[in-house]
Design a protein around this ligand. Structure first.
Ligand code: F6R
Length: 378
């Protein structure tokens, strides 16, 4: 069943190019070009969800919450819709004041996470019997349309990742992010917030991702396996990112915590100087996600500040970046893509790093201690 892989997690990491292909096939029109009358994206959602839309509220837990943070960036930047993301477990006990014309999205891989389901049910209940602009518009993003989530909401985006056995989410994270690209493009098209030529450009970029993920897997895995040997005694890691890759820093840290039991924190790189930089010394490696784009130079200079505190610096960087070669002690290069598309490539080396550090320590990667695949209790 593991098809020659040592663990399900590694197999699922390798399934990601295929999952991205399946999502693109399911969500997008492969022959669409700017100017064509048929839409570029079709998610088969009820059109009432989109009508007069003013706000989006996303509720999720864990890795799904990280996917939602990438989603917020896409929905705001591409479709121009103010978007809030909250932990479902927090929202339940301190819900935001009701806003009109709001799409409420629950993101849950399993479709069974108790807090996410309860937060959505609460939203449905408190919006019932109000004026029409407050009436509930619920959307679920899930890998299991036949789940409790499916019973609760009428509109679902299926992430088509196939069953995920490793407790640490990998391919389902990437698939959730793909669902957000599709939703953001669908909304951008309907609301005319982007020129069609720009939508076409993004779709062309998305279609190159599967091959680019394959390239990262082929070119990086052996190197990362070797690199993992160096962290046998390491007790703390810091992951830095900014903008659309800040959630990827959170996700890299969460993967490492879950399966290697190493303490790891993800930070927005610009926040380091407001406190966490005090943690740094030669014993705390820093992984910085420095993708080409608006914050590339900023992340590099944040990384250099860490280096000045003797931290070992690992950089997830665009391939062939000379400046990055000088800054980082170890490089995990990924193909150069526009910033908007970079999270899906940046997360791959971080998944491999967490996997190989845990496997090297001889830990039960697929069944980490204290964790369950779906958290059906509060
Ligand atoms: C992380 C992980 C958990 C889940 C979280 C939400 O690798 O697996 O953090 O992401 O428990 O689960 P779902 O998405 O099923 O609601």
């Amino acid at each position: 069943e593991k098809q020659g892989f040592k663990h399900f997690m590694l197999k699922e990491i390798y399934e990601q190019p295929g999952v991205v292909r399946v999502c693109l096939e399911a969500y997008t029109n492969s022959t669409w070009e700017a100017g064509q009358t048929t839409p570029p994206v079709n998610l088969d959602l009820d059109p009432s969800l989109y009508q007069d839309l003013q706000h989006i509220q996303i509720l999720a837990c864990g890795t799904s919450w990280h996917a939602a943070l990438v989603g917020k960036y896409l929905l705001e930047q591409l479709a121009g819709i103010p978007t809030m993301v909250q932990y479902a477990s927090e929202f339940r006990y301190a819900p935001a004041p009701l806003m009109a014309n709001t799409l409420v999205i629950g993101v849950t891989q399993s479709g069974e996470t108790a807090d996410t389901l309860a937060a959505l049910a609460m939203e449905q209940e408190r919006r019932a019997n109000l004026e029409p602009q407050f009436s509930p518009r619920l959307l679920g993003i899930t890998n299991r349309p036949e789940s409790s989530l499916g019973n609760l909401v009428d509109n679902i985006i299926d992430i088509h990742a196939g069953i995920e056995i490793g407790v640490a989410a990998t391919k389902t994270f990437v698939a959730q992010v793909m669902a957000f690209y599709a939703l953001a493009l669908e909304l951008a098209y309907r609301r005319h917030t982007l020129p069609e030529s720009r939508i076409e450009e993004i779709l062309v970029g998305l279609r190159q991702l599967p091959g680019q993920i394959e390239l990262v897997l082929e070119s990086q895995e052996r190197y990362i396996e070797e690199l993992a040997h160096e962290f046998g005694e390491t007790q703390d890691f810091i992951f830095l990112g900014r903008g659309i890759n800040f959630p990827i820093a959170l996700e890299g840290a969460l993967k490492l915590k879950e399966i290697s039991y190493i303490h790891a924190e993800g930070y927005p790189a610009g926040e380091m100087k407001h406190g966490p930089i005090a943690l740094l010394d030669a014993k705390v490696p820093v992984v910085a996600i420095a993708m080409a784009g608006s914050v590339y130079d900023k992340v590099l200079s944040n990384a250099q500040e860490a280096k000045a505190r003797d931290a070992r610096l690992i950089g997830v960087t665009p391939m062939d970046e000379k400046e990055a070669e000088e800054t980082f002690d170890d490089l995990l290069p990924v193909p150069v893509v526009e910033e908007l598309l970079s999270p899906i490539l940046a997360v791959i080396p971080l998944q491999l790093l967490a996997y190989h550090i845990a496997a090297r320590r001889g830990l039960d990667v697929d069944q980490p201690r204290n964790l369950a695949k779906s958290v059906t209790v509060e």
